[in-house]
Design a protein around this ligand. Structure first.
Ligand SMILES: C[S@@+](CC[C@H](N)C(=O)[O-])C[C@H]1O[C@@H](n2cnc3c(N)ncnc32)[C@H](O)[C@@H]1O
Length: 379
């Protein structure tokens, strides 16, 4: 069904929002239309509708916003990977800051410091593609879950882009998948920021197979540097730090503090004298007990925590804080909704000192939210 629209604002997921204006409030609908901008009018095609909420695909623009620019990527209109290439990077950062501010309504008065990226394109060192051997399709899923070929994807780094084009060249990907199921996924990734040929492929393995690494090397460096500076300022040098969901110890790599890096998956860490690694499922019901047990292995309890969970966050963070009573913690969230949900619950005990938005995912709706929390007096 085709509808006329006028976009009111951009939502936290980077979608344009249109509210219909029927006089009967019962009949009013809200429609989310990706790749549109505030003030724009046009025609969109509704592809899904539930309880007065519609999702539609942009068909035609009648009035264009002055912030609209031509996307660098030829796949942008169809591809679900990017959300902001149709506007300037300054605007993208504004929308992201507004999205975060909206999520942080339970933390009134907090200022958001924005750390934009140098490179808006050519940064991603990891891409996951879906394939269907029968249909001879390889690509990203579009809004309707169809596979869209993306040989010219612009946000991936040059090494990954080279490998991607070779996969598409004469459909060479099909030859690589002879032993794989009819449908599945391929991941291309580079784990180190070295020039040349370090791109690897995996077939039908879980995301970030072989160990999580951040997808944006340059911005990850900035984030780690910022964590180091913040830690030097607020964490006493003798304080013990637990780096929860620490992966390969990336975020605490530059700390001066003695640190225990805890992650479910044991990764091969670089040799850093101040870091010890411990493997633990932190969502397990006995996780806290296991961490308490670290003292039997000669590891003191932590005075500060770094917490960098996956998208689902850390719902029982309160239990960790009640047990360890750290002087403070730095929380790094790749999902602002879980940051807001998990941390609003601890505000009685901990004060939010600052919030940073690090744009590790330019051109897309995603970003990292970093908050420093310190224990309130009398707690
Ligand atoms: C957002 S990443 C952060 C990794 C690391 N801090 C970094 O900067 O590279 C989340 C980490 O959580 C780990 N993880 C996922 N599920 C987990 C679980 N149930 N228990 C502990 N760690 C988990 C992943 O292995 C991954 O390293």
């Amino acid at each position: 069904m085709k509808i006329d629209f006028r976009i009111e604002h951009i939502d936290p997921m980077g979608q344009g929002v249109y509210k219909s204006e029927e006089s009967d409030p019962e009949k009013r609908k809200i429609t989310f239309i990706k790749k549109t901008l505030p003030g724009e009018t046009g025609i969109a095609d509704v592809f899904s509708e539930k309880k007065g909420v519609r999702f539609a695909k942009l068909v035609e623009l009648k009035e264009m916003a002055k912030e609209r620019i031509t996307p660098d990527c030829p796949h942008f209109a169809e591809c679900n990977g990017c959300d902001y290439q149709h506007t300037t990077y300054e605007k993208e950062l504004e929308y992201k800051q507004a999205a975060l501010a909206r999520h942080l309504f339970k933390f009134p008065g907090v200022k958001i410091n924005v750390h934009g990226a140098q490179k808006r394109l050519g940064y991603r060192n990891r891409i996951q593609l879906h394939y269907n051997k029968k249909k001879k399709q390889l690509g990203m899923l579009d809004g309707q879950m169809n596979i869209l070929p993306v040989p010219e994807c612009k946000i991936i780094s040059p090494g990954i882009a080279f490998e991607l084009r070779s996969l598409y060249n004469q459909n060479s990907w099909q030859g690589l998948l002879s032993k794989e199921p009819v449908e599945g996924h391929i991941e291309l990734y580079a784990k180190e920021n070295i020039k040349g040929h370090n791109v690897q492929l995996s077939f039908n393995k879980p995301y970030a197979n072989g160990g999580f690494t951040q997808v944006n090397f340059e911005m990850n460096e900035e984030l780690c540097q910022w964590v180091q500076n913040a830690a030097n300022e607020i964490i006493p040098p003798k304080a013990i730090v637990y780096d929860l969901f620490g992966g390969n110890g990336n975020l605490s790599a530059k700390l001066k503090n003695s640190t225990i890096v805890i992650d479910k998956y044991r990764h091969l860490p670089e040799q850093r004298a101040h870091q010890k690694f411990f493997s633990q499922d932190l969502y397990d019901k006995d996780a806290i007990r296991a961490l308490i047990g670290l003292k039997n292995l000669g590891h003191p309890r932590p005075q500060w925590l770094l917490i960098d969970p996956p998208r689902s966050g850390l719902k029982n963070i309160q239990e960790y804080l009640n047990e360890f009573k750290p002087d403070g913690f730095i929380f790094i969230a790749c999902e602002a909704t879980s940051f807001a949900r998990d941390l609003a619950a601890v505000l009685d005990q901990y004060e939010l000192k600052s919030v940073e938005l690090f744009d590790l995912f330019p051109s897309t709706q995603h970003f990292e939210t970093v908050g420093i929390f310190t224990r309130r007096k009398n707690n």
